[in-house]
Design a protein around this ligand. Structure first.
Ligand code: MEV
Length: 420
């Protein structure tokens, strides 16, 4: 079914109406989306087996960002997070990109790195050569650990060795390069790294200690770019403002941390909604940003027509098979809503959300400031809490903002006056 992610006024609908709209747009049967609309229906038995000492569950609001078009395909974006404004901001930025065709993406393939640390190696550089001499044997041994991954077209592809200097002497670090296909890959890579350890010990004459995946997944990059319309942004002044805001982040780590945090607002929300490991994504993002001195994960410039061109490049170790993504009913429903077929497609969409989120934040910061948007969204929440429904939500919210008195008590009074 061809989806249309442009749903004007989605935010004005009631929750039930939004739910109906999602059925309409995606064609996913109601039963399959139930865990998402009714988290209480999630079987606690499932959660009980996910981690240890389970006593309950922690629910987060799950919103749907609209307007996303990535590589000429529309996507509805499930986002799980506690912070107001993020979903609205992402939808808004996606609309500005949509005007010029949406996001264009690419990726380097789902390739992860596993590290095997050897210490007390008598001749580290000779050991390196000896390990490289039996590279093919080691790759074969790694692939014997995961015939299913190999059958799906993945598996160990290459191996590299580095000798590093440390506070406790030189170490020989063997790095196994593994195509993990639609898996995040931690299990596959760790199993392979552990299997290679005895052979590396015998050939290096040292002792193997750590055998573990690296979260600096710089061989698993996704990229997205988009042109954001100058008129929708608010004019060329805003375009220049966004470029200057980005340059500030590039030049200053105090600003850059917050700039990249804004990107992760969008990225983590989708990563969490799809049951992926957001700590891995955070670690990958910030370590990649720090490789040549901490800098921005995005870039911006003004094109010859005065529009804003933005891009992002970021490691994206997300999976669609295994882990919570397959087990957790809400994560499964979210993957269905996204309609992604491969982990790299999911990664490319997530990168687009990160770029949209960053652009939205920079636009607000470079123009009216971040608080105005926050305040009007907060006012809508307050109006709804006071009992306003449908169109009244906006009318009450507007009045609250105008009076600079965004309180439930006042919202109730306004609601009563308007209802007379
Ligand atoms: C808040 O969660 C995120 C921002 O601080 C990001 C930024 O400053 O770019 C608004």
């Amino acid at each position: 079914m061809v989806r249309d992610s442009r749903i004007p006024g989605f935010y004005k609908l009631t929750r039930e109406e939004r739910m109906k709209k999602i059925h309409e747009v995606t064609g996913i049967p109601e039963g399959e989306l139930k865990p998402l609309f009714d988290p209480g229906s999630v079987d606690m038995e499932i959660l009980d087996h996910m981690i240890e000492n389970v006593v309950g569950s922690m629910t987060l609001p799950l919103g749907i960002a609209t307007n996303f078009r990535v590589d000429e395909k529309d996507y509805l974006i499930p986002m799980a997070l506690e912070e107001p404004s993020v979903v609205a901001a992402a939808s808004n930025a996606a609309r500005m990109a949509r005007e010029h065709g949406g996001f264009e993406t690419d990726d380097t393939g789902p390739v992860m790195i596993g590290q095997i640390q050897a210490v007390d190696v008598p001749e580290p550089f000779m050991a390196k050569e000896r390990i490289l001499e039996i590279k093919n044997e080691l790759i074969e041994l790694a692939n014997e650990q995961d015939p299913i991954l190999v059958r799906f077209g993945g598996g160990a592809r290459d191996l590299r060795v580095r000798v590093i200097d440390t506070k406790v002497g030189p170490m020989v670090v063997t790095e196994l390069i593994v195509d993990t296909r639609d898996a995040m890959g931690a299990n596959a890579v760790n199993t392979m790294a552990e299997a290679l350890a005895p052979r590396i010990e015998s050939i290096s004459g040292g002792r193997v200690l750590l055998r573990i995946l690296s979260n600096l997944a710089d061989l698993r990059l996704v990229r997205a770019k988009a042109t954001f319309d100058k008129k929708l942004l608010g004019g060329e002044e805003v375009v220049d403002g966004v470029v200057a805001a980005w340059a500030f982040a590039e030049a200053d780590p105090y600003r850059c941390a917050t700039h990249n945090k804004g990107i992760m607002n969008g990225i983590d929300a989708v990563v969490i909604a799809t049951g992926n490991d957001f700590r891995a994504i955070e670690a990958g993002a910030h370590s990649y940003a720090a490789v040549d001195g901490y800098s921005s994960l995005t870039k911006y410039e003004k094109n010859s027509e005065g529009h804003l061109v933005g891009s992002i490049e970021i490691p994206m170790a997300v999976g669609l098979v295994g882990g919570a993504t397959k087990i957790h009913p809400v994560a499964r429903a979210c993957v269905q809503i996204l309609g992604v077929k491969t982990a790299t497609e999911l990664g490319r969409v997530i990168a687009s959300v990160g770029l949209a989120q960053n652009l939205a934040a920079l636009r607000a910061l470079a123009s009216e400031g971040i608080q105005k948007g926050h305040m009007s969204l907060h006012a809508r929440n307050v109006a709804a809490t006071a009992g306003a429904k449908g169109e009244l939500v906006d009318r009450v919210a507007e009045q609250l903002v105008k009076e600079k008195n965004v309180k439930v008590e006042r919202a109730k009074e306004i609601l009563e006056e308007l209802s007379k």
